[in-house]
Ligand binder design. Structure first.
Ligand SMILES: *[C@@H]1O[C@H](CO)[C@@H](O)[C@H](O)[C@H]1NC(C)=O
Length: 265
């Protein structure tokens, strides 16, 4: 009882960080990695994966399709995604924590679509990988270097990395790029690094970077920041290396202040 009270308090707090993106209600990156279970959609977008493709995607990242029980455990600690995905054995379902009319029909728990007869149906995927992913993670150190996978060697194809920097309340984050070399294309559609001045990759978009020009320094408005790196399956490059450092604000920060650099490259 007491434990569930704590969990509710945490969830209540987390609700502020949830948002709708491409028709999917996501919660924080941190919760998305709950219990080693995480949600993946095709790079082509929502509901584009057959069972076979979903398996390949999870295996590629060093894990496998999540079992129903694993998704259930993740749901119990707050994993919530409003998008149905393949599970091991050809089941389809999704985890709902926060009841809503548009998602899960007001129910909570794992919404179960059962074993699908047609394995060519198109859904997302739920992968299970209890070991740290190859790239990304939750970073709480006051200062750290972040490198693209394999750096200084070339990064691999089809990488998806999230770094979530989470410092103490009232601290801010100063990002400085040390080296930058990511496959160049005019709108950075192939490979890119995105920076978000927020807890997730929906709010506070700062910029999308590719090419080999060093992006300017970025300073967060709050104590959290999210970096997302994606590479496609063609050209790769050396990658990037950046340093973040805590900035300690002596007085309360002005909430209306804007980030210094909002340029896209
Ligand atoms: C199986 O699902 C796919 C994708 O939705 C569809 O194109 C195909 O016609 C379905 N096959 C059968 C036998 O219903």
């Amino acid at each position: 009882m007491f434990l569930s009270f704590i969990l509710l308090a945490v969830l209540w707090h987390e609700t502020e960080t949830w948002g709708l993106k491409n028709g999917i209600l996501h919660n924080s990156i941190w919760l998305e990695q709950a219990a080693g279970v995480y949600h993946r959609e095709s790079r082509k977008g929502k509901y584009q994966l057959t069972l076979k493709e979903a398996k390949v995607l999870c295996d590629y990242e060093g894990g496998h399709l999540a079992k129903y029980k694993q998704l259930e455990s993740a749901q119990r600690i707050g994993f919530h995604v409003c998008a149905a995905g393949w599970l091991a054995g050809g089941k389809v379902g999704y985890p709902i924590v926060k009841p809503g009319a548009n998602c899960g029909h007001g129910k909570t728990g794992v919404i179960d679509y059962g074993y699908r007869v047609n394995k060519s149906e198109l859904w997302d995927a739920y992968c299970y990988n209890p070991h740290a992913k190859q790239c990304g993670g939750v970073l709480t150190d006051p200062e750290r270097i972040i490198k693209s996978p394999n750096y200084p060697d070339e990064y691999e194809h089809q990488q998806i990395c999230y770094w979530h920097i989470r410092l103490k309340y009232k601290q801010r984050i100063h990002l400085r790029f040390l080296e930058f070399d990511v496959e160049d294309d005019p709108s950075c559609l192939s490979d890119y690094l995105e920076v978000y001045d927020s807890y997730d990759d929906m709010l506070g978009f700062v910029g999308r970077f590719c090419g080999n020009k060093l992006p300017s320094d970025i300073i967060s408005t709050g104590n959290v920041m999210t970096l997302k790196f994606l590479s496609d399956s063609s050209v790769t490059a050396k990658g990037f290396q950046l340093l973040y450092k805590v900035i300690i604000i002596p007085s309360a920060p002005d909430s209306t202040e804007k980030i210094e650099d909002t340029t896209h490259q």
